[in-house]
Design a protein around this ligand. Structure first.
Ligand code: SF4
Ligand code: SF4
Length: 410
């Protein structure tokens, strides 16, 4: 009975996702709702099989674009058909159970559990062996996955000293590994330089480079998108040389705003679309192992995943140049370089990250809730301008904060 209810709910979700996709999916849109499976198979056929690449010392071959636990059901099913075999944020499936296709063919997929600090947000929370251990065990039960391939330390370390002195996360991993419940260690790393909530905070590149030396982690997920970022590019080169895996996240900088701008879209070289150009660039024009690109419909899935492993070409290169210029003028790359200069200690990168959730991902509710936790921090900006010279994009940071506040403050 329980199984039956579960199947019915999943079927409903497939149809719901297809209905959303149908409104956006060009040729796919003219199909009736009951053709959900056909739509998914049709989308997968347009994309074909994704290329794979070695992740790190485990020798695992993963698809160059990965999936996520919060991917809508229709694109997730199409992704499985295309050979996507790495799933980050698999713990999100705790709400509804992991997709049946993955449970059925469990060893063909790598599923990653995202584990947060406890007792506060990522800036103030602490590493706690017992809590991390218990969280993973609970999540295994609710997802039905049996084991997690990767245990991810969400948001990562605050500085290099913490890697050495706070081993609680690693100890939790080692206990779970001995029990056969997890297999590999990874993290996602944000930057903490100049963050007043994190005394002694350091940049993502500094921490990641030290992590390669530490040798315990197999791969890292990093904030990475188009635009010149010499510090992270140097880290990526080193990581590739040292067989340390890298997966880019938050890759679609300013993309939501671009796709809503008709004039910008019309000016792109003929035959190019931003999602496709981004996928091509990430998978062939960088030193990354793989990347995650957020897609919200079957149409975006086809546009994006069909670019995986494909050369950029002249039009694609021009599209990436235009996207970079546009994003540099509008969307923060979250490098945190400005924060050390701010006398008010404003978490500029955090606020502008939430702005990206609201304006690019369409997640206004989530963005506002996250901003509220910061206590209307953008309101403390005095307009002194001390941060301006630090921004590699030349953003007018006080104006950006005021605009973000207008979107994020209740
Ligand atoms: S302009 Fe605002 S954000 Fe920039 S340093 Fe001054 S107070 Fe901080
Ligand atoms: S505002 Fe500029 S300096 Fe500050 S985090 Fe964003 S891109 Fe970096």
């Amino acid at each position: 009975m329980e199984d039956d209810r579960h199947l019915k709910r999943r079927e409903f979700l497939v149809r719901s996702s297809a209905a959303v996709a149908a409104g956006l999916a060009g040729n796919l849109a003219r199909r009736p709702l009951f053709a959900a499976r056909d739509l998914i198979e049709e989308a997968a056929a347009k994309v074909g099989r994704l290329p794979r690449r070695r992740l790190g010392p485990s020798g695992r071959e993963i698809s160059v674009l990965i999936g996520a636990g919060d991917l809508a059901e229709a694109p997730a099913r199409a992704a499985i058909l295309c050979g996507v075999n790495y799933w980050h944020k698999a713990n999100v499936w705790a709400r509804s159970g992991a997709p049946a296709e993955i449970i059925k063919d469990r060893e063909a997929h790598y599923c990653q559990v995202t584990v947060d600090r406890v007792g506060g947000r990522h800036e103030a929370g602490r590493i706690d062996e017992e809590s991390h251990y218990a969280f993973v065990k609970d999540t295994l039960e609710t997802t039905g996955l049996g084991y997690f391939d990767d245990m991810q330390f969400h948001f990562g370390y605050h500085n290099r000293a913490e890697i050495k002195n706070e081993r609680g996360f690693v100890r939790a991993f080692e206990r779970l590994k001995r029990e056969g419940l997890v297999r590999h260690l990874c993290l996602s790393q944000h930057g903490y330089a100049g963050n007043v909530r994190v005394p002694g905070g350091e940049s993502a590149a500094e921490i990641l480079t030290a992590l390669i030396e530490d040798g315990l982690y197999e791969h890292a997920q990093i904030i990475y998108s188009y635009g010149h970022d010499p510090e992270i590019n140097a880290f990526l080169k080193e990581a590739r040389k040292r067989d340390f895996g890298t997966i880019a996240m938050k890759t679609a900088r300013g993309l939501g705003r671009m796709t809503q701008d008709r004039a910008f879209m019309a000016a792109l070289p003929e035959g190019t679309v931003p999602h496709n150009a981004l996928a091509r660039w990430l998978t062939t024009g960088t030193d990354l192992t793989a990347a995650v690109i957020r897609v919200r419909s079957l149409d975006e899935f086809v546009q994006t995943f069909s670019g995986a492993g494909q050369p950029l070409g002249t039009g694609g290169c021009r599209a990436i140049e235009m996207m970079t210029a546009r994003a540099d003028a509008t969307a923060c790359r979250l490098c945190t370089a400005c924060q050390t200069a701010c006398p008010e200690g404003i978490p500029i990168a955090e606020i502008l990250r939430f702005e990206r959730y609201a304006l690019d991902d369409g997640d206004r509710w989530k963005a506002r809730a996250l901003y509220q936790e910061l206590g209307d921090a953008a309101g403390a900006c005095s307009g002194c301008g001390a941060c301006l010279s630090r921004c590699p994009q030349g953003l007018d940071i006080p104006a950006k904060l005021a605009a973000a506040r207008a979107v994020l403050a209740p």
